[in-house]
Design a protein around this ligand. Structure first.
Ligand code: NAD
Ligand code: IPM
Ligand code: MN
Length: 360
């Protein structure tokens, strides 16, 4: 019997609702595969501010140290928008603490959901490689400086070449392994950091002559992803651009609730943080109407990446895709299913697919 462990950080808003769904699917998977799974819980974000006065408390750090994988719901909400340290700061601290410099955010058009895309002929199956622990999110100095009769505010866009190299190399390798094209997104017409980013990309391109590479400025990329999403197979970009383009991808596939992600330190089989791309959605929290797909797909990535259970990862993804294609669907997808009803439908399909595989 395989034995696995994970830490769940449910967080705020719809975070607890969607992680509960993911855990239901894990429970079913574990029963089918005869896994023994230990699930631990700790506080993050607003919930941690309420409990400990800190969005990333010591107790949570210790729980991470003891864990082999972390599943996150979402953090943030209006209640804490004026807190001295906001819930979002807790998430950023945790990514930094765990050394998770690569955030992989796949987006694909699910068959049967095409009518929900704003595009007329939506075809896409891409993955964004977002640098996660550098750039404007972490650069120093930052903050406010009071001037006579004015206020100066500073955020610093800071990168080391080594931080660029590792994420760009990871994206090149992925593109090579899967026979895909690579698009590097920057703002090299304005930013010095982007000029170095482009130099690094060109240097690495020599090691990957068989990977078709193109460069795009981020503004043009945002426009072109809407017009020609099929051209974006592997996208690599810095932290803030990746944050923005991945929500754009959520819009293109029909709902932000559909996207899951992996935040990792580059090497499969190691600990990672698995999180939906969406936030805590305070506008629908507590109503049993959140789409848990992003969380369930994040669980699938966890099972494949941290536990190396690749068959189980594919089974979960297949069950999700089938359910989305055939229904029932949640409200964001034009359906009427509650979070729980959708989750149950995914769970039932998972059991069916697993049984059919066994009989083959
Ligand atoms: P959001 O992603 O929470 O919501 C944007 C819109 O998408 C809302 O209309 C919401 O109802 C909808 N939506 C999001 N997820 C959905 C789902 N699973 N099912 C159905 N609909 C869904 O973004 P926001 O409103 O800009 O931010 C709310 C809070 O979440 C903020 O505090 C923000 O900082 C935080 N946030 C956290 C994370 C994270 O924890 N990883 C990510 C993004 C935003
Ligand atoms: C995301 C979120 C976070 C980010 C926020 C909540 C700090 O938007 O994971 O996409 O900007 O990275
Ligand atoms: Mn975001």
């Amino acid at each position: 019997m395989a034995s696995h462990q994970l830490l769940v950080l449910a967080g705020d808003g719809i975070g607890p609702e969607v992680t509960e769904s993911a855990l239901k699917i894990l429970e079913i998977m574990a029963k089918l595969e005869d896994w023994q799974v230990e699930v631990d819980h700790a506080a993050i974000g607003g919930a941690a501010i309420d409990q400990y006065g800190d969005p990333f408390p010591e107790a949570t750090q210790q729980a991470i140290d003891r864990s082999s994988a972390v599943l996150l719901g979402a953090v943030g909400g209006p209640k804490w928008d004026n807190a001295p340290r906001r819930p979002e700061a807790g998430l950023l601290d945790m990514r930094q603490y765990m050394g998770l410099w690569a955030n992989l955010r796949p987006f694909e058009m699910i068959p049967g959901l095409e009518h929900l895309s704003p595009l007329r002929h939506p075809v896409m199956n891409g993955i964004i490689f977002r640098e996660l622990t550098g750039g404007l999110y972490f650069g120093q100095p930052r903050g406010r400086r009071f001037l006579p009769g004015d206020l100066e505010v500073i955020d610093t866009l800071q990168y080391r070449k080594s931080e660029m190299t590792r994420i760009i190399q990871l994206a090149f390798q992925y593109a090579k392994d899967h026979g895909l094209t690579l698009t590097s997104v920057d703002k090299a017409n304005v930013l010095e950091s982007s000029r170095v980013w482009r130099e690094v990309t060109e240097e690495l391109a020599r090691q990957y002559p068989d990977v078709p590479l193109s460069h795009r400025y981020v503004d043009a990329a945002a426009m072109d992803m809407v017009l020609n999403p099929q051209n974006y197979q592997v996208v690599v970009t810095e932290n803030l651009f990746g944050d923005i383009l991945s929500d754009l991808a959520g819009g293109l596939v029909g709902s932000l609730g559909l996207l899951g992600s992996l935040s990792v330190a580059g090497t499969p089989g190691t600990r990672g943080l698995f999180e939906p791309v969406h936030g805590s959605a305070p506008d629908i929290a507590g109503q049993n109407r959140a789409n848990p797909t992003g969380a369930i797909l994040s669980l699938a990535f966890l099972v494949g990446w941290s536990w190396q259970e690749h068959d189980a990862e594919h089974l979960i993804r297949e069950a999700v895709t089938q359910t989305l294609s055939e229904g029932p669907r949640t409200v964001d997808l034009g359906g009427q299913a509650t979070t729980q009803e959708f989750t149950e439908a995914v769970g039932n399909r998972l059991k069916d697919i697993w049984q059919r595989r066994r009989q083959q």
